[in-house]
Write a protein that binds this ligand. Structure first.
Ligand code: TXE
Length: 495
């Protein structure tokens, strides 16, 4: 145990031990071995973190700062992330098994969230309402809401955090981050940068531990006003119901079963790359994974030949090598879940045409690797087509016309994303209008930006992250009425 890196939590501007004195092991998915110890915070620590966030929200320098000053701090944080991008990327590779190539790009991009929301901080304007009442002046102002709990998943910890923390702090709130117990190290390292940027103590806190322990304690704490959550749909629904008891605000970014639809007039080579990027990039562990590939029957065979040829070349192995294309699954339970779903696919009658088992390649060592897997003969009613696997497992479904493609595309409980591959503009517009998804990509896949709204239709979530409106999720509007009348009219009649 002694060689494991032992972390502390960041609460009220200080590095603290968990009150329980207990720690959780954090594993390197490439070696399958623990490398760090993460504090196992419990209810006591949740109380401490919320108290710190509440104090920072109500007193001290933070509530006195104007929006321009808050924006400047956020931009400084962006600069510090940029300066530390490589170090944070390497840490994520070790703790999470993410590819270094993807992490370098992601960490170099994340500062943009802090620049964007830093810039937006002082551009949130209320309005003067043209009053229908005589001698009355009415205007609105947007105000922060209070301490917010930000719960992130393990797949892209610092990116998911940026979606939440940028608007949360730009709006003038304070935050308690509860990262996934599987991948907390980068969030704790990130806290050092928040401190270095000069945010007052208690404005940003990191409380680590298990979801059912410290996560639950944070969501139920009466002083928390909002929960912003990214994770699985079962947990998301539980968090929503728990938070509802105190009428807390909730935004949820849950999973998906996104259709990636290829029409017969698509540029096949591009669409093949899009299919691969939709499901095998990030080892399929993305909420927007294009896990259902819908192929027009006319192009089915040539498309599959090319797809299999490309998927077979995917280089697996050490995620810290720039050459690697498919890394390990991030957590042991997720690795087991993916393998279980492969069995569910086989038992359900789908045909496994690629992979279908744990990787036994030498370059994968003891890591939690699953071979890129493709199922054909999939019916959309099968579990493999309906449920989120969150791994490198693709279900291929044939369709005969646009109507059927749309029907199959929408026939899941989720609605996070969709891909459309066609050269016909009219078809692209018609189909994107009818797909029930928060994001639709045409002739591309997996593009996200700080400036474009992101979130789910149906059971993929509530509310939106990114883009100008995201900040409204962290603000409340106040309507102020000022009478300019010389006297007070009849008090028994509503004005
Ligand atoms: O997620 P959880 P898990 C999906 C994916 C995956 C499944 C399970 O299908 O297989 O979810 O992954 C915290 N109160 N996604 O178990 O449980 C938890 O500690 C408060 C899709 O990792 O949803 C973690 O910080 N918090 C998803 C966070 O919730 C609680 C990304 C997410 O954990 C809590 C990841 C509680 N009672 C998984 N219980 C996406 N949208 O992309 C847990 N948590």
């Amino acid at each position: 145990m002694s060689e494991l890196v032992k972390h502390k939590m960041f609460i009220g501007g200080e590095w603290v031990e968990p009150s329980s004195g207990e720690y959780l092991e954090s594993f390197n998915p490439f070696t399958g071995k623990p490398w760090a110890l993460i504090p196992r915070g419990k209810a006591e620590d949740a109380k401490r973190a919320v108290a710190a966030a509440k104090q920072a929200f109500t007193s001290g320098p933070w509530p006195k700062m104007n929006a321009t000053q808050r924006g400047a701090l956020l931009r400084k944080l962006g600069d510090l992330i940029a300066a530390n991008a490589e170090r944070l990327a390497q840490l994520e590779v070790r703790d999470n098994g993410k590819l270094i190539a993807e992490m370098l790009a992601q960490l170099r991009y994340i500062p943009q969230w802090y620049y964007y929301f830093g810039g937006l901080a002082d551009k949130i304007q209320g309005s003067v309402i043209p009053s229908d009442k005589p001698d009355m002046f009415n205007y609105t102002r947007y105000e922060p809401i209070g301490p917010c709990v930000l719960i992130t998943a393990w797949n892209s910890p610092l990116l998911l955090l940026a979606y939440k923390l940028g608007p949360c702090l730009a709006a003038g709130n304070t935050a308690i981050l509860k990262p996934s117990e599987f991948t907390s190290a980068s969030s704790l390292e990130f806290a050092k940068l928040v401190h270095e940027a000069g945010f007052p103590p208690g404005v940003f806190n990191v409380a680590t531990g298990l979801g059912a322990e410290i996560g639950e304690a944070l969501v139920t704490h009466p002083d928390v006003v909002k929960v912003a959550f990214t994770g699985g749909s079962v947990t998301g629904s539980h968090v929503y119901q728990t938070a509802a008891k105190d009428l807390k605000r909730v935004t949820l970014e849950l999973g998906g079963k996104s259709p990636n639809i290829v029409f017969e007039d698509a540029v096949i080579d591009d669409a093949v790359k899009g299919a691969v990027s939709g499901i095998f990039a990030a080892t399929g562990q993305t909420c927007v994974a294009g896990s259902r590939l819908l192929l027009h029957e006319k192009i089915y065979e040539p498309f599959m030949d090319k797809l299999l040829a490309l998927a077979k070349t995917a280089r697996m192995g050490d995620p810290s090598s720039m050459e690697t294309q498919v890394g390990p699954v991030t957590t042991r339970p997720q690795y087991e879940k993916v393998l279980r779903y492969i069995d569910i696919g086989k038992d359900g009658g789908a045909t496994c045409v690629l992979g279908g088992h744990a990787a036994q390649r030498q370059e994968c060592g003891e890591g939690w690797f699953v071979e890129p897997t493709i199922f054909t003969d999939v019916k959309n009613s099968m579990r493999i087509a309906q449920e989120e696997v969150f791994g490198p497992v693709l279900s291929v479904i044939k369709f005969k016309d646009d109507e059927e493609a749309i029907e199959i595309g929408n026939d899941v409980v989720f609605g996070l994303a969709a891909g459309v591959w066609t050269q016909n503009v009219r078809r692209a517009i018609k189909v994107t209008e009818r797909l029930q998804a928060g994001t639709v990509w045409v002739n591309t896949y997996r593009a996200v930006s700080f400036m474009s709204p992101f979130g789910g239709y149906k059971r993929s979530g509530l509310g939106r992250e990114n883009g100008q409106d995201a900040i409204k999720e962290y603000l409340q509007v106040k309507s102020v009425w000022i009478s300019t009348a010389a006297d007070v009219p009849n008090p028994f009649v509503m004005r």
